[in-house]
Design a protein around this ligand. Sequence first.
Ligand code: FRU
Length: 486
Amino acid sequence: MPTRRRFVQMAPAVLAASQHSRAETDPVLRKAMESARAAIPRAAADPLRPVYHFHPPCNWNNDPNGTIFYRGWHHLFYQFNPYGSQWGHMHWGHARSRDLVNWEHLPIAIGPSEDKGENHIFSGAAILAHDGRPRIIYTSIGNRDPEQWLAAPEDDDLLVWSKSPRNPILTTAAHGSLKIEDWRDPFMFREGGETYMVCGGNTSRQRWGGAGEVQLYRAASDDLTTWKHLGRVFQYRNREVVNVECPNLFKLDGKWVLIISPERPCEYFIGSLDLKRARFEPEVFGVLDAGAAYASNISVDDKGRTILWLWGRTKNPAASGWNGVMVLPRILSIGADGYLRQQPAPEFERLRGNPVTSTDTIRGDSLELEIELTPGQAGAAGLELRRSGAAEPVSVITFSSDGYLTAGSARTLIGKSDRHKLRVFVDKSVFEVYVNDGYAALYNSMNAGSGDLSVVPFAGGTGARILSVKAWPLQPVTFNLDRFRI
Ligand code: FRU
């Protein structure tokens, strides 16, 4: 048993009744908020900006961070650059939703403590501590080795966060003689009354493949400020992979799942976890999403659903004032075949307008489609997205008789079958495809023009056919900006 220290109170709750954001007292956050607010009009004016995929008020986002369901709200934090639409100046943006669909943007939650040598707030996780209140642990980046830092909320809306006076709570010294590079992206879980954390990295200084690793730690105090390194829980002996980012290790349907971001599309392993030996034993391997989704995070809501969050890369020009979305939140389960299933949260069905079933009349840039097809013995069938008159379609989803699905630039093996069912989401310049009830899921982006509005099902070659099509226009969701202020 780890020794337990008494619960140590965080920085005193200095929150004035009227204070709704740390930016009121913190000049780093104030400057960041002022910059972000000024960038909103340009981003909002872009007709190609998605309307039902989560996105920040403006500028660049990457990874979902600290995803947690707390007091009736899904909280989403994310890697955010308040100063531009390219990666840089990492802060934690913040938003919350009651239904996973409509969002309230909240003030930037965490920024670098420049006086303490922090340059970036990298990715991390949230968990409920023993006192029933959330804690965040993130990777603090400065002109030194990465460190893990802890922050606690001062209010139940999780608007104002205080960094622990005990930071750093974990440094590379925890590993003794083991030298880990790119050590970052803490993710936490609870098991058997204990709190555990995993972090990614590699032991080859990114020089060669086969040395990506995930380290395991156990909390040694209830306030999560002291940790013990238990060992290397996963070693990716794959020469094609040089580093492991954003590991998520969690229980699902009685198994343990490890999702990793290996600087190429995310992958998952399903297996067993031996916490005494600090060993994860994979039994099943799969690609999580073969498209442009990356850097996963997980939350569990009040319905007991395990929700997968992913960053969706976009291709829009820097001048558009925004860059990046979150993939639709996906509900995870394990199928009877032992592989993951991913389904978009059913809450999105509420956005549907009147359905259209005639293939001639499908037009739009905010749509959901259900299509059944057969690629035949030697053919292909699918959908052209955002076609404009005689011009080339912007993106094509194709099922071919060799069992492969191609969606824009991405390709993945589904398997041969007479009948495939696709659920496709088109949202301005991004799209997603869910195949055969979540057997595969794929997010991608496209370079559409605002006049490219036709969606054209097609089938060609021996035996290929479209069997049915149904399309719904999807309404835009709400992004409330009232509280995105200093
Ligand atoms: C993944 C990642 C993480 C890191 C963050 C920095 O996209 O590289 O490993 O914490 O982004 O923004």
